[in-house]
Design a binder for this molecule. Structure first.
Ligand SMILES: Nc1ncnc2c1ncn2[C@@H]1O[C@H](COP(=O)(O)OP(=O)(O)OP(=O)(O)O)[C@@H](O)[C@H]1O
Length: 264
């Protein structure tokens, strides 16, 4: 039997617009993510990806609709939701002035691990994410790729059933991105986790995600495996890459789309 780790129904979030009226960031999102899957949430800038992530992690209350994470309602049981998820936001989660090892241990204790459990888990993640050589350094002295790996270690410290990653590889050079992905995939297998992530790199979604959900102007506009999307939506294009699919769906190339305001 498949278990749904994320289940949303008509999820909506608006913000007041500085010019009057409202900005609809997420509109009527209904989605089910099954346990063990790796799903990529794609969309141009301003499509509503981060807002969706922030609602699912209970950081932002929905304006309407509902969502359950691991069977718990985000509105009525935020504490239970938070206890079961790891979240790596777009900004660095690791404190710039803390040493990596200390920060991981501290966060482990914060999540209720005993002193010895927190120590064990810290060393495990330092090994899995190859942070050994920088474990005694403060995060401000790490490279972008090392910082991102430390962020992910932080997201994993509580052994979450569900890991949410908001643009984990943005800003990294191709080699660091490939390296980070290797770590994400290894950690996922090792921890038997469900992963939902946003990315601007279509080739990453194509290669690593089992399911791709495309949103634009806050609405879900496509949902399927990369192959399904390519075969059903690329039409008669000669090279049906996922980038072609995205262009067909949104009229924009994902990486170059910086002009969407999402304002309605
Ligand atoms: N706190 C806020 N106040 C006002 N408007 C907001 C706020 N957060 C998001 N928005 C608006 O909601 C819409 C969706 O933004 P969101 O950050 O969710 O998009 P995104 O798909 O994550 O974009 P990106 O790829 O650039 O990160 C945008 O129009 C954005 O300007």
């Amino acid at each position: 039997m498949t278990t749904s780790l994320i289940s949303t129904e008509g999820l909506r979030r608006t913000f007041p617009s500085p010019r009057g009226g409202e900005i609809v960031a997420v509109e009527g999102l209904t989605l089910d993510i099954t346990e063990g899957s790796l799903t990529a949430l794609l969309g141009p800038n301003g499509a509503g990806k981060s807002t969706t992530m922030r609602m699912l992690t209970t950081l932002l209350p929905p304006s309407a609709g509902r969502a359950e994470i691991c069977g718990w309602d985000i509105a009525t049981h935020p504490r239970e939701v938070r206890a079961r998820i790891g979240y790596v936001g777009q900004k660095h989660g690791i404190s710039p002035y803390q040493r990596v090892r200390d920060e991981l241990h501290c966060q482990g204790r914060f999540y209720g691990l005993s002193r010895s459990e927190a120590r064990r888990r810290t060393e495990e993640l330092i090994e899995v994410l190859q942070l050994g050589p920088v474990a005694e350094q403060t995060a401000q002295h790490l490279s972008g790729g090392q910082q991102r790996r430390a962020d992910i270690a932080l997201g994993l410290i509580s052994r979450p059933r569900l890991l949410l990653l908001d643009e984990p590889s943005t800003g990294l050079d191709p080699q660091s991105r490939a390296n980070l992905w290797e770590h994400i995939m290894q950690a996922r297998l090792r921890e038997e986790m469900t992963v939902l992530l946003t990315t601007h790199y279509l080739e990453e979604a194509d290669r690593f995600a089992e399911r791709v959900v495309v949103v634009d102007h806050g609405r879900l506009i496509a949902d399927g495996t990369p192959d399904q999307l390519k075969s059903t939506l690329a039409g008669d294009l000669d090279a049906p890459t996922l980038d072609d699919v995205f262009l067909t769906l949104t009229g924009r190339s994902l990486r170059d789309s910086n002009h969407s305001t999402g304002e309605n």
